[in-house]
Ligand binder design. Sequence first.
Ligand code: ADP
Ligand code: MG
Length: 709
Amino acid sequence: MDVMATIDGKKQNEFSLSMPVQYLKGVGPARAIAFAQLGVHTVGDLLEYFPRDWNFAPSALKIGQVKPGQTATIVGLVESVDYQSYRRQPLFEAILSDETGVCRIVWFHGGFLRNQLKPGQLLTASGKVALYKHQLQMTNPKFLILDGKNLAPDEYFSGGVYPASSQLSSRQIKRIIAPLIDNLAELVPEFYNLNFLKEAKLINRKDAFAWIHKPANKEKLAKAKRRLKYDELFLMQLGLALRRYRKQHFSSATPCAYNDEIDRRIRRRFPFLLTEDQNGCIAEIVADMGSSKPMNRLLQGDVGSGKTVVALYAALLAVANKTQVAIMAPTEILAGQHFLSIERYLKNSRLKRVLLTGGLTGKKRTQLLDQIKRGAIDIVVGTVALLQKDVEFGRLGLVVIDEQHKFGVHQRAELRKTRDERRETNYEPHCLVMTATPIPRTLAMTAFGDLDVSVIKHSPPGRGAVITRWVDRDNRKKAYQFIRERLRAKKQAYFVYPRIAPIEEDGDVKAATEGWKSLSTHVFPEFTVELLHGQMPSAKKHQIMAEFRKGKIDVLVSTVVIEVGVDVPNATIMVIEGADRFGLAQLHQLRGRIGRGADKSYCFLFAQTESEVAKSRLEIMTRSNDGFEIAEHDLRLRGPGELFSTRQHGLPDLKVANIIDDFDLLTYARENAFELVCQDPTLTKAEHKSIRQVLLAKFGDTLGLADVA
Ligand code: ADP
Ligand code: MG
């Protein structure tokens, strides 16, 4: 088919990327609808509708060349057919010949072929060839009757397998794309110059599109994939780089002055010396806040590593600069805990701070909101709703967001923008996001790729080591004996269960109520064993926690309610029952409850499991105390999809690349993308035109490219 028209002696492609697929050969209105259901509207969409798998059948051989034992594709004339229905396994037989030889082909249970396959037809078959009674024979091969309407045999057996629907099979899609692909790929613009392609060992963009649909061999497929992965990662990183650039250059914040006097006054609030890691993070934050560009920083560190103190430092710096601070947590309970811990540090301080909860209503609320608006309150603690509701700050200088385990909250903070018409920029507070879930590097580069990152790697000193053991059924008694000795030495223990009460369908899963009975009457009758779970009345929960804190309870049996906010340094033992039922992040968080004092602590993972994934989780727990290492494993075991969705972050989902498997390519693409934005922050140079167009199509205007131009 000639799809190239000749104009002025130059060949001109008659297609364009924005042309509806309907006008392609073999599509038409009905199939266009079927394509639309697959998300394919235009020629450009079709080009990006990649196969999910590929076959590489050998190219057709003459029958005389075929050797027994070989997997081959042959083409020949059907000499005769025969259906032997009397056999125990009825079979359909065809004799195929070409000018070099003859091959017998049999299909067991091939009765369906009686009306299809006839002598005189041209047939191609692909499969393993054997020698049977001195004759070449193929059994149950893939086959195709060549009636002029089908693809050539090589194309038919090889190439892409497309995600299909009930209206449109993979074959049909292939039959449409295969003959056009070389011409369609011509439409794809190149992003980079030859030098870069050479240096990066990348093939042309148009070859990549042609080859991903119709690879001649595995090597070409691999090259095509690599190029497309690179582009996908590069565009994502470019989006992040531009977003970051825009935040920094088109928004302004209140610069916070800083001097030794302010520093001394803030540090006086803390009853301990800050650690090196804490000081490092503070230095980064102070530098950020000193600028009139808004800070956008992520503060990472395990539970108990001392993030709250760092955040409070930032808050006090903002207040010292006569601005207000909003501190936000994902739930009201966590907001309450933040408020309490801040109160401890700010005792006797003249700073005005309030906890704004949903429970506050009526006149009191109105009054409080009025005070906030007038700037009479320095620090407001609450949930993320603070940013969306009717709360108006007179002079908000810093927003601190504690994400705990929920990613994505920080995006919402972007709502808090006010246009500053005089300076033609958006006024934005500085923003510090805290997370207790160590974020693997891969995620830090993608989901949080537009934030600067500070890390607290080491917890405050004076904390004993935590030793973790995986205990199976046979070693339970020994573990109990060990724990008994620790309890005698006045240490305390947690026993955590996957659920409160047993349920019938899942008799295997241990429940806290039963565990408590057995521990208090059989295992540790000589000690005080108490039960705590989320369904208890609040007063009862507080009472039990208070007694445990005072050391009046030796063993606390509970569910994961203790995951959040318990700090009892004398509790040095953590037993997790049914540990195979917990995710890695959760196991690590639970273990974070011990090892808070100077003594050595012990974590016992009670688990009996055959699951390989569970085993590898338990194994990594016994091997590592490093939250980052554990998070990286978690990501590998579960895949990125479960941990976060790119959509949530306004990034397009990845089609070909995988941030874990393609980590090296991701890093490389990121470096190049950020460098490009340094050179051409608005992508307005002529050589960046096609990148800019594709980027706009992908991200729409979420990057604000339009108003940059
Ligand atoms: P995070 O917010 O990271 O979970 P916190 O800031 O709440 O951690 O600190 C955990 C515990 O460690 C608190 O009891 C806090 O008082 C204590 N702490 C924090 N920083 C230090 C330090 N530099 N030296 C000693 N103890 C510290
Ligand atoms: Mg904390």
